[in-house]
Design a binder for this molecule. Structure first.
Ligand code: SF4
Length: 175
C-alpha cells in the first residue's frame, strides 16, 4: 500500500476502534481528548504570544517539510470524535500532506502533538523563563494524555498514524 492507502486504511481502523469501545472507556477517552485539545491550544497560545506568526512567515515553514509521520493515532482520533473531516495530500511531498500555502489545515487544538511541541531555534530565543516552564508542563500534559488514552484503549495511540498496525506494533512512542 502507498501512503495514501495506508492513511485511508488507518483512519477507517480508528472508526472501528471507536465503534467497539465500552461505554465507560468512551467517556474516559472523551475527557482525555478534551484535555489533549486544551493542552495543545495552551501551548500554541504561548508560542503565539512571542509573535511566532512573523517568525514562521519569514522562515516559510521549514519545520513543516516532510511532516507526514507527525500526526499520531490519537491526533487523528481526535478529529474523528469531533466529527471534523481530515484530508491528506501525499502527492505534495516534501510539503507536509496537511500543509497549504496558508499554513496548516488543522487548528492548533487539533494539530499533531509533535508539531505543537516543536519549538525552533528562532522561537526558542524569544521565550521567557516563565514561557519555557509553561511549555514544559504542557508537553508533559500531552504525553500523559497519550499514555492514558493508550492504556484505556489498549492501542499505542502515540504511534504515527502511517505506522500504526505495521511497524507500529513494535513502535515505542516517546511518552
Ligand atoms: S501537520 Fe500542520 S503543523 Fe504539522 S508539519 Fe504538517 S502542516 Fe506543519
Amino acid at each position: 500500500m502507498d501512503d495514501q492507502q495506508v492513511w485511508h486504511h488507518n483512519t477507517d481502523r480508528i472508526k472501528g476502534l471507536l465503534a467497539v469501545l465500552p461505554a465507560g472507556t468512551g467517556l474516559g477517552l472523551t475527557q482525555l481528548l478534551s484535555r489533549y485539545r486544551k493542552a495543545k491550544e495552551a501551548l500554541a497560545a504561548v508560542v503565539a504570544e512571542v509573535d511566532a506568526a512573523s517568525v514562521c512567515s519569514r522562515c516559510g515553514g521549514q519545520c513543516c517539510l516532510n511532516g507526514k509521520y507527525r500526526i499520531n493515532v490519537l491526533d487523528a482520533l481526535a478529529h474523528t470524535t469531533a466529527d471534523i473531516a481530515l484530508s491528506a495530500d501525499f502527492s505534495q511531498k516534501p510539503v507536509c500532506p496537511y500543509g497549504t500555502d496558508a499554513g496548516c489545515i488543522m487548528e492548533p487544538g487539533l494539530r499533531p502533538a509533535d508539531c505543537v511541541m516543536f519549538i525552533c531555534d528562532a522561537i526558542d530565543r524569544k521565550l521567557s523563563p516563565q514561557a519555557r516552564l509553561i511549555l514544559a508542563a504542557g508537553e508533559e500534559d500531552l504525553r500523559d494524555c497519550i499514555r492514558k488514552a493508550s492504556a484505556l484503549t489498549g492501542e499505542p495511540l502515540g504511534t504515527p498514524l502511517l505506522l500504526w498496525g505495521g511497524k507500529s506494533d513494535t513502535y515505542k512512542p516517546k511518552v
